[in-house]
Design a protein. Structure first.
Length: 353
């Protein structure tokens, strides 16, 4: 059991992760995932190229204005910048919290080729202890929920993913790490926003039911959910306003007010779409939670395209990353507009929440 001082420390870290005007960079792509991203821009996925790319992101001047934490991959948390400074120490020097992805991917659930459960619990306490020693102060575990017609997801798959998320969260807190709890209802398919709402509600209900069963401290975690959104192939795409309304309608039914913050995943949205939806959500006042972002591709895509593995593109890629982070910072306060996408570097920040 954690004592009150330990609980308070975790709570303070959780609040720092969703500090006003800031969000979390998800730079925890597995080796396989980042290879796909590199392939798209014609870059070979070597360890050195991966290191150089992450260095480009992390060393962007001024990024600490908008980024509170970075989720790292096992390879990345052990790497150093070209001057020999470890990435962890460099991030800490900019008052950015280092975090770590600790799940080890997915496996088929009950022989299904569609439904997945996340693995990695077997040696998790030992790995968490090592990651804490390496400087991590929070962790991430992603569960994926697939919608397919009316038969999927099954309640059994939702339950098993929730059980594993809760055990992971418990292990994290015992190890002194704030858990990011990430149940993602995938936007793949052709389902409507209404169907996404039903599944998201059931998923979050089960997740918080299991967190309570495991006595996970809700004030010492961050929720990283999907937005309630139309599937990619849905013929009737919801508006940004509808996404915001549906998302908060579901959240208000099931997420306890003790949770300090919600850091949305982008889940396959374009960079501008993810920013616009975050902006609309933050226009609706009265939420008990800080509504932030924890984006991977939606923060990195423009920078990756500009960089394309070329050292001479370093500064331009950093400028693209800085702008994307800045626009999402504005969206945290409902102050973003689509016109800013083409406004160059002239976007001005206003006071944050």
């Amino acid at each position: 059991m954690l004592d009150q001082n330990q609980i308070n420390q975790l709570h303070e870290i959780a609040l720092a992760m969703v500090a006003p005007g800031k969000g979390i960079l998800a730079a925890d792509e597995s080796t396989g995932t980042i290879k796909k991203r590199f392939d798209a821009v014609g870059v070979e996925s070597t360890e050195e190229n991966r290191r150089a790319y992450r260095q480009m992101l992390f060393t962007t001047p001024g990024i600490e204005e908008f980024i509170s934490g970075v989720i790292l991959y096992d390879e990345t948390i052990r790497q150093t910048a070209s001057d020999g400074t470890s990435f962890v120490k460099f991030l800490q020097s900019k008052n950015i919290l280092p975090g770590i992805k600790v799940d080890t991917g997915t496996e088929d659930f009950n022989g299904s080729e569609v439904e997945k459960i996340t693995k990695g619990l077997e040696d998790l306490p030992q790995r968490l202890k090592e990651y804490y020693g390496l400087g991590a102060r929070f962790a991430k575990w992603r569960a994926v929920i697939t919608i397919k017609a009316e038969q999927l997801p099954t309640s059994e798959c939702i339950l098993e993913n929730a059980l594993r998320l809760a055990q992971y969260a418990k292990d994290c807190q015992q190890a002194g790490l704030v858990p990011i709890v990430e149940p993602e209802v995938l936007m793949d398919g052709n389902h409507t926003i209404e169907r996404c709402a039903v599944v998201t509600l059931e998923t979050l209900k089960q997740v918080f039911r299991q967190l309570k069963e495991k006595e996970v401290i809700l004030s010492a975690l961050i929720l990283k959910p999907n937005m309630v959104i139309s599937a990619k192939q849905c013929a009737n795409q919801a508006t940004f306003e509808e996404v915001a309304q549906w998302t908060l309608k579901i959240f208000n039914q099931v997420i306890p007010s003790e949770v300090p913050g919600i850091a949305f995943l982008s889940g396959g949205q374009s960079d501008a779409q993810a920013t616009e939806n975050l902006n609309e959500i933050n226009k609706i006042i009265g939420s008990p939670w800080r509504m932030s972002f924890s984006y991977g591709r939606a923060l990195q895509a423009p920078a990756l395209k500009v960089w394309s593995g070329q050292a001479e593109n370093f500064a331009a890629a950093q400028a693209a990353f800085y702008k994307r982070a800045k626009l999402n910072s504005l969206a945290r306060n409902g102050a973003y507009s689509q016109a800013m996408e083409t406004a160059g570097g002239s976007v001005e920040l206003i006071s944050q929440d």
